[in-house]
Write a protein that binds this ligand. Structure first.
Ligand code: GLY
Length: 356
């Protein structure tokens, strides 16, 4: 078992990575949390596949475990479903000694974590992420939230988990579009912070999903080590965490212009990483050849390396409205070369002039 510690003083926690951890959740939760009752929150896609195994492991370790299954999908990440969870916790007498366990992808982690952060002013929280995106990104870091009709993640908290259990075997049942979604974020870690990971991906990507799965323990370990290190130094997202947004400004602009019904998040981020690196390379800010390497890797991973057909002025308008905008400028993440990045305040009109 690989273990990566997220070092946050008294809020430090381990992320364990190993095939088969789903069936070890009982002993591991008991070891870390003691005699807690566990409220398992899952959705109607993941629950039918994994819930019984997790409940059996928790109960087999002598823990009281109860579960609730919600509809899958981003629409579930809302205040109404949080209220459903509060009613469920009340009915099952979840006290401050107890814990919430989120079993599923980012929606379950964000919603379950938000409910854990607010129930009784905060109870402990375990993440058992089953999607690649949740394993490498959303299960670590403590940002939990729900969406409002006015926008995504508008109501939330920082509430670090007490324990994260990453089982790469859970990815075996991940639908292809969610697999690709996660790969976009995996490539991002290599690009901004870990050239060895980028090389590993360059080697494994041509072998397809099976080839990547053979190296998945190491891939997860490297991504999570990057995230843990960045979160440890910027828990509340006031500085260094910004580098995790590489590719996201353009990616979000694409998602907004497509009204969230076009590219998946990871695909939009992938196209955004390639496009911004082409621009920064042309402007002499990035080592020559970097954009070509990014494009080649994304293509081998089955991800888009080109922005979809959206008029450039629409994309620039969406970029100006980006929440990372500072006055007239926008703070973007650029690569110096593969494995090294920096942030820069740019004028959207000039930096992105050559988008179309
Ligand atoms: N929960 C994701 C993060 O904190 O970055």
């Amino acid at each position: 078992m690989r273990t990566i510690e997220v070092s946050l003083g008294s809020r430090s926690y381990p992320v364990h990575i190993a095939p088969g951890l789903l069936d070890q959740s009982g002993p591991l939760v008991r070891e870390h949390l003691g005699e807690a009752a566990v409220a398992v929150v899952t959705d109607d896609r993941v629950g039918p596949i994994y819930l019984e195994r997790v409940l059996a492991s928790l109960r087999g370790s002598g823990l009281r475990a109860v579960s609730v299954t919600l509809p899958h999908g981003e629409k579930t990440k809302c205040l109404e479903q949080a209220a459903e969870l509060y009613r469920f916790f009340a009915e099952h007498h979840i006290t401050r000694r107890d814990a919430v366990l989120a079993l599923g992808g980012g929606v379950m982690g964000d919603l379950g974590g938000f409910a854990a952060a607010t129930w009784l002013r905060g109870v402990r929280f375990v993440q058992l992420p089953t999607s690649l995106l949740a394993q490498v990104d959303s299960s670590v870091g403590g940002k939990v939230a729900v969406d409002l009709p006015e926008g995504k993640n508008l109501v939330g908290a920082f509430h670090q988990p007490s324990l994260v259990l990453c089982d790469p075997r859970a990815l075996d049942t991940l639908p292809e579009e969610f697999w690709r979604d996660g790969l976009g974020e995996v490539a991002k870690y290599g690009a901004i912070r870990d050239e060895n990971l980028f090389r590993l991906l360059e080697e494994a990507a041509p072998l397809g999903r099976q080839g990547l799965m053979v190296r998945m323990d190491e891939i997860l370990g490297r991504c999570i080590a990057c995230k843990a290190d960045i979160v440890s130094r910027d828990e509340l997202d006031t500085g260094e965490r910004a580098i995790l947004n590489f590719g996201h400004s353009l990616g979000h602009a694409v998602e907004t212009c497509q009204r969230y019904s076009g590219l998946h998040h990871g695909e939009a981020v992938a196209a955004g990483m390639a496009a911004i690196t082409r621009l920064s390379e042309k402007q002499g800010l990035t080592e020559p050849g970097t954009a070509a390497r990014i494009e080649a890797l994304l293509t081998a991973l089955g991800l888009p390396a080109r922005l979809p057909e959206i008029p450039a002025d629409q994309l620039r308008a969406a970029l100006r409205r980006d929440k990372k905008a500072e006055g007239d400028g926008l703070r973007v993440v650029l690569l110096e070369r593969i494995g090294r990045c920096f942030t820069r305040l740019v004028q959207p009109e000039t930096f992105f002039a050559d988008l179309g």
